[in-house]
Design a protein around this ligand. Structure first.
Ligand code: IMP
Length: 193
């Protein structure tokens, strides 16, 4: 059975990837706990590529990595690739974003880039998915994580924080990226671990 290392320590993400990639019949493995790759890229895709190839080289296996975050138009695209580092906790990150935004309304989008590297570290598949919405100034809902309570999707008249995990799982940036990635992965021969 082919093996794919998921370059993420986040159990929730690993579960999501398992659901989407199940049909490929691969053994999905978590990355070694000691392996930390600094996100030095300036785009989501650069970071995903970097983490995928470094993890593949370190484990001698195919490796999948993602990088994601929130871009707010009125903040010039911030927090962007710094989404996870914008504050110490989810609450502090939301506070900082709302303070910097002030009263302004703003379109925003979640972005997710995913890259897969072969055991030699070469990128063999990649995709970027987005989900468009708006920032609401009062957090709503307790589902999800991160910036979900302030990310409003007009089509469903709900924030991500108010959405069921099933609905968010269908329309999210990660879902869109995975939908583009899957046909590329079906073409690959996973071997050599
Ligand atoms: P990553 O784990 O390096 O991709 O960092 C992603 C960061 O972006 C997280 O810490 C969250 O703050 C934010 N983020 C990414 N995806 C989501 C999402 O689906 N909901 C809420 N916040 C997200």
């Amino acid at each position: 059975m082919g093996k794919l290392v998921i370059a993420s320590g986040n159990k929730g993400k690993i579960r999501e990837f398992e659901e989407y990639l199940g049909e490929l019949g691969l053994q999905l493995c978590p990355k070694p706990a000691h392996l930390e790759i600094p996100e030095t890229g300036t785009t989501f895709l650069e970071n995903a590529r970097l983490k995928a190839s470094q993890t593949a080289l370190a484990t001698h296996c195919f490796a999948l990595a993602d990088d994601s975050g929130l871009e707010v138009d009125a903040l010039g695209g911030a927090p962007g690739v710094y989404s996870a580092r914008y504050g110490a906790t989810d609450a502090e990150r939301i506070d900082r974003l709302l303070t910097e935004l002030g009263e302004r309304p703003s379109p925003a989008r979640f972005v997710c880039a995913i890259a897969v590297a072969d055991p030699q570290g070469k990128i063999v598949a990649e995709a970027v998915g987005t989900c468009a919405g708006e920032i609401v100034h009062t957090p709503r809902g307790s589902q999800g994580f991160g910036y979900d309570p302030i990310f409003y999707v007009p089509q469903y008249q709900m924030t991500f924080g108010e959405m069921s995990p099933a609905l968010k799982g269908q329309i999210s940036h990660r879902a869109h990226a995975l939908a583009q990635l899957l046909p590329q992965l079906r073409q690959l021969r996973f071997e050599g671990d």
